[in-house]
Design a protein around this ligand. Structure first.
Ligand SMILES: Cc1cc2nc3c(=O)[nH]c(=O)nc-3n(C[C@H](O)[C@H](O)[C@H](O)COP(=O)(O)OP(=O)(O)OC[C@H]3O[C@@H](n4cnc5c(N)ncnc54)[C@H](O)[C@@H]3O)c2cc1C
Length: 472
């Protein structure tokens, strides 16, 4: 580490003209895309070093640590919207989406219009492998270490881009500069809403369109998979289930395992096709700012710090836009710097006002949408879905036919909206056959969870061209 710091500092004696020196902490998809885009867009006007604690070096190459090294790679399937992909250079896109290297599962939408194609499903492990592979032979310096914010000053960089994900320690270290996040907009009656999600790695026997429709008519289970049926079944737990799971050694020994089995039946997942089971908590807070100045040595010798990706905006994954907004945040910063460098080398807060505005727009657009995936509005009141699906006490009142009818209504509404946007639309008989496999209790949880919300969460997406018409 010390040698690397010295090497980096040594090459900095000529500060502060060009090249602009950028340190990126965190080499997940967002950090890697930033490194690539800065390198490709700004060329020799920029010098980029990127740290990740999940990498290791072997010879000249950097690799992802494996299970043996104590790193479990993430395999969740990510949906990337085609409008976003259009922002990336074509040679990078070819590398990120090689033939047979992605699936098309979700329907056309505002963010994936017919002229640009359906959204693309890719496992996060594949996104990370492809981006790391792409950046290996560039000028970007890959540092397989944990970034330590207390040493930022000695790195003497112009820009620190914090891309460490939702639990960023560097964001925490600079909390006086970035300010604290506010949990109240994402609370109910003053209680910060937190979902606990069971994420089961599975293989489903359903077609992708069947999986999409069964996912959209309710909000207890979410299956996102690739064409071969591999993916993750995510289960929203009630408060009681989450507490019980914490206390138990295994999901199979919990009292609610039969309800999870209903989810497996619904999505045609055989017991042998259940692989790893993980559990994570997810909540949202309103961030106050996304850029700041952390070291003021002199007005022309400061370090400008930016929060990007999940470190900036941790978004509930249910509507699936976390990485999409992370990639847009990268493109905005790159375009903002590109514009500035056309005018000269000095960088001041005012130079990235537009970028800061984009970050707030992304926060507003994506957290508003994601909030609708955590709650259900009834009249003037909001209820957490996790509370609504806690239906044990109401079982006696359950009428199975009525529940199936309710789900039929949700199926009709959704399929009429998607008819021209999703190929091979399943019919009600097929959907009903799957629902018939479930207990009354599970059917009731599906009904009260409500279908995916589309009215409050719909509408226009953030368009970078409004701000950066010239920076291509
Ligand atoms: C179940 C699930 C489904 C999802 N589905 C979708 C979807 O369909 N569509 C979508 O757009 N998004 C989806 N997301 C969200 C998406 O995974 C995240 O938005 C994305 O991973 C964020 O990328 P990132 O690079 O900002 O952060 P991360 O992926 O968290 O990467 C952060 C990196 O920083 C490194 N790091 C952290 N601290 C340090 C340090 N101090 N020094 C060095 N390195 C450090 C970590 O090792 C890691 O590599 C989903 C998320 C989940 C959990």
């Amino acid at each position: 580490m010390e040698t690397l710091i010295k090497k980096y500092c040594k090459s900095k004696q000529t500060l502060r003209g060009l090249p602009i020196r950028v340190v990126i902490s965190g080499g997940g998809p967002v950090g890697l895309l930033l490194a690539i885009m800065l390198n490709e867009t700004l060329g020799n006007k920029v010098e980029v070093a990127i740290y990740d604690k999940r990498w290791k070096k072997n010879g000249k190459k950097v690799y992802w640590k494996t299970k043996k090294d104590g790193n479990t790679r993430r395999t969740q399937v990510i949906t990337l919207q085609s409008k976003l992909l259009k922002l990336l250079p074509s040679h990078l896109l070819e590398h990120l989406l090689p033939n047979n290297g992605f699936s098309e599962v979700w329907p056309y939408s505002q963010d994936s219009p017919i002229e640009l194609g359906r959204p693309k499903n890719i496992r996060i492990i594949d996104i990370e492998n492809r981006l790391l592979n792409y950046v290996q032979n560039s000028n970007v310096q890959l540092i397989p270490e944990k970034f330590q914010p207390e040493k930022t000053q000695s790195l003497n960089c112009d820009i620190l881009a914090i891309c460490e994900g939702v639990h960023s320690q560097t964001r925490q270290y600079y909390k006086s500069e970035f300010g604290l996040a506010d949990p109240f907009p994402y609370s109910i009656n003053g209680e910060h809403l937190e979902d606990v999600i069971l994420s089961i790695q599975v293989k489903s026997g359903l077609s992708t369109s069947e999986a999409v429709i069964l996912t959209l008519i309710q909000r207890r289970f979410l299956l996102n998979m690739t064409n071969d049926g591999y993916g993750h079944l995510n289960v929203r737990l009630t408060k009681g289930e989450a507490q019980e799971f914490k206390r138990s050694n295994s999901i199979f020994s919990t009292t609610f395992w039969p309800k999870i089995q209903d989810g497996l039946k619904l999505f045609s997942i055989q017991p042998n096709d259940v692989m790893e089971v993980n559990c994570f908590n997810i909540s949202m807070k309103h961030e106050s700012r996304f850029s700041t100045i952390i070291n003021y040595e002199s007005s022309s010798n400061a370090t400008h710090a930016f929060l990007l990706g999940d470190a900036a905006n941790g978004i509930h994954f249910w509507p699936g836009r976390g990485l999409n907004q992370g990639f847009v945040s990268v493109m905005s910063l790159v375009k903002s710097l590109q514009e500035r460098l056309l005018k000269g080398n000095v960088l001041r807060a005012a130079d990235y006002s537009k970028h800061e505005a984009v970050m707030h727009m992304l926060q507003h657009r994506h957290k508003s949408r994601a909030w609708e995936a955590m709650i259900r509005r009834v009249g003037n009141k909001s209820f957490s879905i996790r509370q609504l699906i806690d239906v044990d006490d109401e079982l006696l009142e359950t009428n199975r036919n009525q529940l199936l009818n309710d789900l039929f209504g949700q199926f009709v509404a959704i399929s009429s909206r998607l008819n021209s946007r999703l190929p091979n639309m399943p019919n009600w008989d097929m959907i009903k056959e799957r629902l018939e496999l479930l207990s009354n209790e599970t059917l009731k949880a599906l009904v009260v969870s409500g279908p995916w919300e589309t009215f409050w969460s719909g509408g226009p997406e953030i368009d970078l061209n409004i701000f950066y018409p010239k920076a291509n």
